[in-house]
Write a protein that binds this ligand. Structure first.
Ligand SMILES: *[C@@H]1O[C@H](CO)[C@@H](O)[C@H](O)[C@H]1NC(C)=O
Ligand SMILES: *[C@@H]1O[C@H](CO)[C@@H](O)[C@H](O)[C@H]1NC(C)=O
Ligand SMILES: *[C@@H]1O[C@H](CO)[C@@H](O)[C@H](O)[C@H]1NC(C)=O
Ligand SMILES: *[C@@H]1O[C@H](CO)[C@@H](O)[C@H](O)[C@H]1NC(C)=O
Ligand SMILES: *[C@@H]1O[C@H](CO)[C@@H](O)[C@H](O)[C@H]1NC(C)=O
Length: 406
């Protein structure tokens, strides 16, 4: 580069951004706007490479860099934001525009669209939208019917991160899950929205596995599968002030499908409203588990269910594929110290409390207190059903508790 062209380059960079970032240079607390790295933001050109160039520059920055995706439309294929990065402070990714996922499925080699991995102190913020454009992919999803299915890309996957905050953003129409959290420590999600049609397959809001210290707060999910699903290997998870519906409710599981699975210990779900959902609060584990694990120390409290088919349900004979499950073997997931407290509202099916525990590993320490769930069908009251469980009860109880035969 000549002096003149360096001068013009600097000038153009300065006019485009308040805190200019120069490629190759590490600046402290710099702002890296993808528009300065060649992104078109027209919703049609593939901006993947430009966004990755800006990411790489920000990732090399030693201070508290900010990657900016401004309020335009960016079409991209798979994006892998991989650390380790050099940030010593918070690494902010601000998305104010719409990021649109390419609909060309042959671009996606992994099982995600956007991946953030091996980063510390990441903050994803902004008023932007991650639009998975899943409509065309949903008819190809065989996972609801077959265990041998090809998994479609998750919209946002966060893996091997320490100290993460995600706020403000919206996820729309993912091809598979909206958000997956895998092996993170100390992860806080708040004030987000995830939206997809009621009948879109496998569009779980947030699915988490192998995480420690997760908070999911003040968010809304309207989707085709579980709003939040707490999978294997999670410790210390707190879910509060969530609106869910349509969707399949808030669930623990499914557990006990694979041999690598680890225990779940410490979950609180509080102050959540489930409206027009298939399930309310649910724990599900597979029959014939290849591993013995436990899920314990779980509390569901201050929950409002409205127009929900299965408001309170433990299902340890979970098998969505009717043909390929071995029901001669019990689930080997041991459930204990589980409290359902202050759960109020309406059920669209008569069995409002359904506790189907494992014949081989009966539930222990199940408590129900202050439950008032009324039936909104034509006639009759809600009822309870139980197997391999002897719960303790207190306070108001509608439906009447199961009679345990001794
Ligand atoms: C989809 O992506 C593949 C792999 O990059 C490419 O070969 C193909 O031309 C793309 N198809 C369309 C319709 O753009
Ligand atoms: C996260 O913390 C763990 C445990 O302290 C450490 O082993 C790991 O390297 C950290 N990861 C990152 C991306 O900093
Ligand atoms: C749930 O509904 C109750 C009663 O309508 C309301 O007071 C509360 O704010 C709602 N919670 C959320 C998370 O919106
Ligand atoms: C139960 O879980 C909470 C976190 O939700 C944790 O603080 C507490 O130590 C756990 N108790 C036991 C006995 O593991
Ligand atoms: C239980 O809920 C029903 C329907 O919402 C309500 O009419 C009834 O008063 C409640 N029962 C108690 C004891 O609060």
């Amino acid at each position: 580069m000549s002096f003149i062209s360096i001068f013009i380059f600097l000038l153009s960079t300065f006019t485009l951004s308040v805190f200019p970032a120069i490629e190759g240079q590490t600046t402290s607390s710099g702002t890296y706007n993808v528009d300065n790295y060649g992104a078109k933001g027209d919703g049609q050109s593939d901006d993947s490479q430009a966004i990755l160039r800006a990411w790489n520059a920000a990732c090399r920055s030693a201070g508290s860099p900010t990657l900016v995706i401004s309020s335009r439309k960016y079409l991209v294929g798979p994006l892998q934001f991989e650390g380790p990065c050099s940030n010593t402070g918070v690494f902010t990714v601000r998305v104010d525009g719409a990021i649109l996922a390419s609909t060309n499925l042959s671009l996606y080699e992994g099982d995600e669209w956007i991946l953030f991995s091996h980063i510390s102190n990441l903050k994803l913020t902004g008023s932007g939208t991650f639009d998975g454009q899943g409509e065309a992919a949903w008819p190809l999803d065989q996972c609801p019917f077959s265990s041998q299915c090809k998994v479609l890309p998750v919209s946002l996957k966060f893996a091997y991160l320490n100290n993460t905050e995600v706020e403000g953003i919206t996820s729309l129409n993912p091809k598979f899950f909206h958000i997956a959290l895998l092996n993170n420590n100390n992860f806080k999600v708040h004030n987000i929205k995830a939206t997809a049609p009621k009948d879109s397959p496998n569009t779980d809001g947030i699915h988490l596995e192998g995480c420690t210290g997760v908070k999911i707060l003040d968010s809304s999910f309207a989707t085709g599968d579980d709003c939040v699903s707490v999978g294997q290997g999670n410790t210390d998870v707190y879910i509060s002030n969530i609106n869910c519906g349509p969707g399949h409710g808030i669930s623990v599981g499914s557990l006990g499908r694979y041999a690598y699975e680890k225990d779940v210990n410490g979950l609180v779900v509080t102050g959540c409203n489930l409206t027009n959902t298939l399930n309310g609060v649910r724990i599900k584990s597979w029959q014939a588990s290849p591993v013995t694990i436990s899920a314990r120390n779980i509390t569901f409290v201050h929950i409002i269910v409205e127009n929900v088919a299965n408001p309170i349900i433990i299902d340890q004979k979970y098998c969505p594929f009717k043909t390929s499950c071995d029901d001669s073997e019990p689930s080997r997931v041991k459930l204990s110290d589980i409290t359902f407290s202050n759960i109020m509202g309406t059920s669209t099916s008569p069995v409002a409390v359904n506790l189907q525990c494992s014949a081989g590993f009966p539930c222990e320490g199940i408590k129900l207190q202050n439950i008032n769930i009324t039936y909104i069908g034509d006639e009759g009251a809600t009822t309870s059903a139980c197997a391999h469980v002897n719960p303790s009860y207190s306070g108001l109880l509608v439906p009447v508790p199961c009679v345990i035969k001794s």
